[in-house]
Design a protein around this ligand. Structure first.
Ligand code: TRP
Length: 339
């Protein structure tokens, strides 16, 4: 995310979509507090949203293409196979995508919905404004008639901003792909599902991609790639924090660590301090100390069981319309309906 003036509307380049940057001043203060709290806690942590500055978003696109990183490819294959079925079941006129990134997989759904006929609107919500511009331009190049909007905001702020509908009877389908839901812990997941449900009307759809439990060796390889792109991505969070909060993290004094915790069914990403060191975050008036070997948690990625996930959706006011998985049962798609 770049640093727009509070509440500023970004002037989109010609022929691009309407991209709104929503960064309420309260959010900026909440973010400062979140980082102060996270870096003062034990273990220390940083919010994974901070991965996605412009460089981080680009590195993430490279992760998606890595031979070890099976989720993107597997989900893409599933969508290619099932998009027609999903479109028919969801029967929506407005696709709202959370954490859209490059929106490459989205095209499969846009194609399928357009084949059904009625006009389609697409709104992307992503913290990375640069990703929104790239994704919107790519979609418009392909579908000049598509009504494309982008909202640069957190999911919470973005969903709240979409609460009032231009056409009240239009059915929505919220897309949450890439197993991004796995980056939320159980409490955050519950709050998030409640929030999504509150933004929907009965009959609206919710399509969620979930990475499934499997051999931990396969999962660990996906987050420890041989080329070191994931390590660069993880370390980039420090570069972003240095810029945003005038901090002096030395990137070469940290190492990327990722390991699967079976009991929690999650892979965790950490940055491990390679020596005892002191770091100053001038804009936060914060100075922290790290012991040699101390870790900063940057991300969890939970792995799912489709039945349990369906039950969780049911606890939040959804019914499962259908679930799909690939032949290896590595990745799942769940289409739910708000009830
Ligand atoms: N949603 C992705 C996932 O959980 C995010 C991700 C992929 C990621 N690779 C990463 C996050 C490496 C941090 C580090 O798979």
């Amino acid at each position: 995310m770049s640093e727009p003036a509070a509440g500023a509307d970004f002037a989109a380049p010609a022929e691009s979509a309407a991209i709104r940057v929503l960064e309420a001043p309260e959010n900026a203060e909440a973010e400062r507090q979140e980082i102060l709290r996270g870096l003062s806690a034990r273990p220390k942590r940083l919010p994974c949203r901070l991965f996605y500055d412009e460089r981080g978003s680009r590195l993430f696109e490279r992760i998606c293409d890595l031979p070890e990183y099976y989720p993107t490819r597997t989900e893409h294959g599933l969508l290619a196979e099932r998009a027609g079925e999903i479109a028919a079941l969801a029967n929506a006129g407005h696709l709202v995508e959370l954490g859209s990134g490059s929106a490459t997989k989205t095209r499969l759904l846009v194609d399928a919905f357009r084949r059904l006929g009625p006009p389609l609107a697409y709104t992307a919500i992503d913290v990375s404004e640069s990703s929104l511009h790239i994704a919107a331009a790519a979609l418009l190049a392909r579908y000049p008639a598509l009504d494309v909007h982008g909202v640069a905001a957190t999911y919470e702020t973005g969903l709240d901003a979409l609460a009032t509908r231009a056409t009240p009877d239009e059915r929505r389908l919220v897309l949450f792909l890439g197993s991004t839901i796995g980056n939320l812990d159980p409490a955050e997941t519950s709050a998030f599902l409640g929030r999504v449900r509150a933004s929907l009307a009965p009959g609206d759809g919710f399509l969620v991609g979930t990475d499934l439990e499997k051999d931990p060796a396969v999962i660990e390889a996906a987050y420890n790639d041989a080329q070191g792109v994931t390590a660069a991505f993880n370390l980039n969070i420090l570069r972003h924090v240095n810029r945003r909060f005038r901090a002096d993290f030395a990137l070469d004094a940290f190492a990327h660590v990722a390991f699967y915790r079976r009991e929690l069914r999650q892979i965790e990403m950490h940055l491990e301090s390679q020596a005892a060191q002191r770091v100053t975050l001038a804009a936060l008036g914060l100075e922290i100390e790290l012991a040699a070997g101390e870790r900063i948690e940057t991300e969890i990625s939970r792995k799912f069981d489709l039945d349990r996930f369906g039950a969780e959706l049911a606890r939040h006011g959804f019914e499962v319309a259908r679930q799909w998985t690939d032949a290896k049962r590595w990745f799942g798609l769940t289409l739910a309906r708000a009830i």
